[in-house]
Ligand binder design. Structure first.
Ligand SMILES: Cc1cc2nc3c(=O)[nH]c(=O)nc-3n(C[C@H](O)[C@H](O)[C@H](O)COP(=O)(O)OP(=O)(O)OC[C@H]3O[C@@H](n4cnc5c(N)ncnc54)[C@H](O)[C@@H]3O)c2cc1C
Length: 651
């Protein structure tokens, strides 16, 4: 006789069952907004998507989407295309145009600038249908908070998310940003063909519209110190990222023509002068390396031996011509095998499709030069990457040297915190990995009132993780300034909803490919992913299994008639005698208390029903349930209800 191992359907189970929400660092309830898209309710979908994430346009384009990796639909065929659907919600749910508004961000290429959320009426209240702000990105209200001042250093996703939440909590926030434009690596690193600047500006403007002050061209360590900030602000959030390229320790690394990946992208993305030759080799296998390689392909050719200012906005024609003439050759050399490259698979595929040659399992051995300029890269074949203890320790095959001609070598082998901004007198403690030492529970550094997060604290990661850090830091700063302990809790709340069912063909619908530009049009800053049409988005959204909807049994009302079990078209409900189940500890305690038996009864102990009682448990196979609600309709006692769960809290 089969024995069933079961656990209680409690808040913890629900969280784990709704895997997309649990996997997302800000716990976005993807299933809920995807379901709204399926019904064509894009504006409401945008509200759900934006609730935990102020950078919704950004994440709809470039999020590393851990939600998709964990999507339960992936066990059937392919995960729901959640990121592309977020983009659809952001674009189609947003009633305003997706353009940068006038006057809200200032700052010029070379100098600094400052801006306060200029669109807000005096007094800073953002309620109502604020001028130019689209529905769906409008906060319901600003808390009439303590009005204390907080300094945020760095306008990347961590700093922006922190500033957003602090502004909503009623703080007066100033962001100090070293570069002329805000956005951090979203603007300085990620190329415009993956993240159009209008989308980035849309999110940033909505944050500034909350009254957040932005001071560009102001660098910590050059224009002010941490002591200055601590003297003038109630709290400080250090979100300075990992902006320094790692060095490559091989002969020839200091030759002319050897560029650092992040510096290269920064120059390209800020439209500064960039020089690369005919034959470019990018060293590295991560996302930065892929972005570097794809950006190098898009640079315009020099004309008549003279480099033009590389303005990507005007580069499209020249880059297209260069590509069509086949004049430029871009290769990527990386230690990893093609399958284990750390870059996102879709980006590697896109790079390969655009004509970039990927040379996996090769390590740089030396860079050869002539008259002080790069001439070639010498590589060795990788024998193994990790030692017996699993540590990264690449070993090479002796005698496997190969020489690859090149006139430009771009190093994209990782980034690290630029520690030169800190002085020993007032800087935060650093870890041996050269990150800022942080308490991950609170984002506090060793300096009272100074918090940190994002890549500066954890090393290079993904944007949504930086956003989560910024939000967590905002709650900690609020608690610190109010002199109270920050509460952490995760929970689920249910709302009874009429039964609704998935479409009949939901399990046959294939994942809708996200339309992309055809290859010969992938030039300059032209966005490669085109995005779903309204109809495509609704079709893709119908594939969602809606894990957040659950038939829920009230055991006090249940008659144990088995009607729900009989009617279930997928046999996912089962009524099983209690002595055939192995309960998890929590459930065991609960059952023991209800039945008045000792909680340590042995598994398989025959719990005999007493007169008038049936001791059984209702089991549900979550993977089979299609939320059709027939069980709810069939139940004669009203014990089975369809419940829509929503989640709250922070991890
Ligand atoms: C090329 C590239 C591609 C990437 N692609 C993706 C992707 O597709 N998806 C994804 O999820 N993630 C991607 N990432 C990672 C993601 O961009 C980062 O994890 C994220 O931006 C980190 O956010 P942050 O706020 O911690 O730091 P950053 O974004 O680095 O922002 C730090 C900010 O601090 C400023 N700053 C630095 N020093 C000072 C100073 N002394 N004073 C004042 N300001 C200072 C910087 O100018 C910068 O604006 C990519 C990163 C790179 C480099």
């Amino acid at each position: 006789m089969a024995t069933y191992r079961v656990r209680a359907m409690d808040a913890e189970w629900l969280w784990e069952n709704v895997r997309c929400a649990l996997a997302c660092p800000v716990h976005t309830e993807a299933g809920r907004y995807v379901s709204l898209i399926a019904q064509g309710r894009f504006a409401e979908a945008l509200e759900v998507a934006r609730e935990p994430n102020p950078l919704v346009h950004v994440c709809g384009r470039i999020c590393a989407h851990p939600c998709e990796t964990h999507c339960r639909r992936g066990q059937i065929d392919a995960p729901v295309a959640i990121r592309a659907l977020k983009r659809a919600a952001a674009e189609m749910g947003c009633r305003g145009p997706l353009v940068s508004g006038p006057g809200t961000m200032s700052g010029n290429r070379d100098g600094g600038g400052s801006v306060t959320g200029g669109r807000l009426p005096a007094g800073g209240h953002a309620g109502g249908a604020g001028e130019g702000l689209a529905t769906g990105r409008q906060p319901a209200h600003l808390r009439p908070g303590p009005g204390k001042k907080v300094a945020v250093v760095g306008a990347g996703p961590a700093g922006l998310a922190c500033a957003h939440d602090l502004a909503l909590l009623g703080y007066r926030v100033t962001i100090f940003e070293a570069q002329p434009r805000p956005g951090g690596m979203l603007r300085l690193g990620i190329p415009a063909y993956r993240l159009p600047r209008a989308a980035l500006d849309e999110d940033i403007e909505a944050i500034l519209a909350l009254g957040v002050r932005l001071e560009t061209g102001k660098a910590l360590g050059r224009d002010f110190s941490i002591s200055d900030l601590r003297a003038n602000y109630g709290a400080v959030f250090l979100a300075v990222g990992a902006t320094a390229s790692r060095e490559l320790q091989v002969p020839g690394a200091d030759l002319d023509g050897v560029l650092k990946g992040v510096d290269f992208l920064l120059n390209v993305n800020l439209s500064y002068r960039v020089e690369v030759g005919e034959r470019v080799i990018v060293i590295g296998g991560g996302n930065v390396a892929v972005d570097v390689a794809r950006s190098a392909l898009r640079l315009p050719q020099p004309e008549a031996g003279e480099w033009r200012e590389t303005l990507l906005t005007t580069a499209a024609d020249a880059a297209r011509a260069a590509l069509r003439l086949g004049a430029r050759r871009v290769e990527m050399v990386c230690l990893e095998s093609r399958e284990s490259m750390p870059a996102f698979a879709e980006e590697v595929e896109a790079a390969a499709a655009e004509g970039i040659t990927i040379r996996p399992s090769l390590g740089p051995h030396a860079i050869l030069g002539e008259k002080g300029r790069v001439k070639a890269l010498v590589t060795r074949r990788v024998a193994s990457l990790f030692d017996a203890a699993g540590r990264f320790n690449p070993q090479f095959i002796p005698g496997s040297e190969e020489t690859w001609p090149a006139d430009t070598v771009i190093l994209a082998i990782g980034q690290t915190l630029d520690t030169s901004m800190f002085s020993p007198a007032d800087g935060p403690a650093l870890t041996p990995r050269q990150t800022i030492q942080v308490d991950p529970e609170t984002m506090a550094t060793n300096l009272p009132g100074v918090f940190t997060g994002g890549d500066a604290a954890f090393g290079p990661r993904i944007a949504i993780a930086a956003i989560a850090d910024g939000r967590l830091a905002a709650r900690s700063i609020d608690a610190y300034l109010r002199g109270v302990a920050r509460t952490t809790a995760m929970g689920a709340a249910g709302r009874i909803t009429p039964p609704r069912r998935l479409e009949d063909d939901y399990h046959r619908l294939p994942r809708q490919p996200v339309p992309s530009l055809q290859l010969d049009r992938r030039v300059g800053i032209a966005e490669v992913e085109v995005g779903y049409s309204r109809e495509q988005a609704m079709r893709e959204a119908r594939r969602c299994l809606q894990c957040y909807l659950n038939p829920w049994l009230d055991p006090e009302k249940c008659l144990m008639c088995g009607g729900c079990v009989d009617v279930c078209p997928y046999n996912c409900l089962r009524l099983v005698p209690l002595d055939r189940v192995v309960l998890d500890e929590k459930l065991r305690q609960e059952v023991a208390w209800k039945l008045g038996v000792p909680p340590d009864w042995p598994d398989g102990y025959a719990l005999r029903p007493q007169a008038g009682q049936a001791w059984a448990v209702m089991l549900k196979d979550e993977d089979k349930c299609i939320r059709c609600g027939l069980c709810v309709r069939r139940c004669p006692a009203g014990a089975m209800r369809m419940v829509e769960f929503s989640f709250w809290g922070s991890s």
